[in-house]
Design a protein around this ligand. Sequence first.
Ligand SMILES: Cc1cc2nc3c(=O)[nH]c(=O)nc-3n(C[C@H](O)[C@H](O)[C@H](O)COP(=O)(O)O)c2cc1C
Length: 364
Amino acid sequence: MDHALFYKQYIRPLLFKLDSESAHKLAHEAGHLAGSLFPLFANDFKYQGNDLSVNLAGTQLENPVGLAAGFDKNGLLASMLGNIGFGFAEIGSVTGKPSAGNPKPRLFRLVDDEGLINRLGLNGDGADVVAQRLKTTNLSLPIGINIAKTNDPSIKGDLAVEDILHSFKAVKDLPAIYVTINASCPNTKEGILEEKKQLATIFSEVQKLNSGKLPLFVKLSPDSSDELLHDMVEEAIGNSLTGYVCGNTTTTRKSLRTNSQMLEKIGTGGLSGRPLKDLGLSLCRRIAKLKDANQTIIGVGGIFSGQDAFDYIVAGATVIEIYTGLIYEGPTLPKQICEELSALLKSRRMSITEATGSESKIKA
Ligand SMILES: Cc1cc2nc3c(=O)[nH]c(=O)nc-3n(C[C@H](O)[C@H](O)[C@H](O)COP(=O)(O)O)c2cc1C
């Protein structure tokens, strides 16, 4: 039986019997333990073609499918994710101080929508521990590192800037290919950085420490107003950021199959998965219009197939990332996306580089 079917018929039903966070923990631990076995099945998990190789911020990747931030917050899987076919992975969010996050329960499945709602609230080991771990890890793939402000409302103003700088200092000399500043976590009181002045300070102070070496991205919210995006892009261009991660989860609950009582019971949190795709794609398009021509977009939100990845790429993304799709489709999803994407590009006689942003070129 093929691995995708095996996951859906046997593994997923078992995992979905557990509450979402325990299932995630179990899958994480199994991945950690079985990591060294995956190379034995390389043909089953890794896309073998070379037509999807892309350059992300100066690094040539085997393929454009990355793991989104939040799945491997503490860098525990960096030694095996390459073995299941990812082209790169974004580790984190990593915060200045270790944090237990918000009280449980805080992660919920919307099975009818193939979505998740989470309000984890940036739980993690903290930047120093994660950096130390990654220093001694044999990396199986190129990694980006996502940094965010520690979830603690008393850390604000100058302290908030210092907290982010602490994380950046801890990770800046790791062999990472980029760093993302997460300005869009919906699950902490001050998670979405709306204030232009504070954002400008963070970008410029990080760049001072960086001396322009490590490509910097900012992760945006699909719920942002045009005005906020305009401000963010202005500051990102002014501070020579390499690009944008489009985007984070949404706090909206539109057009869901899950009934409103259930949604009310679940409460607040960021929605991800299939219902997020239109919003994420629209964010990608909005940023493609505002950004500098030489800036890069990493597309993420509701990607479950090669067609979804293609939609983000023609909308302007150079590479894409997945999280919720992995929970519903299983560990063969990176390979499946690559195969479908390759077929779509071939049918349109386009290289992946030609496809990137081609939507606006056609319209122009
Ligand atoms: C449980 C969970 C935890 C997440 N944690 C983070 C995080 O720590 N930092 C971050 O930038 N994004 C985080 N995200 C957002 C994802 O990186 C991604 O932007 C979002 O889930 C949309 O992609 P998807 O629809 O493929 O899941 C998290 C998402 C989920 C579902």
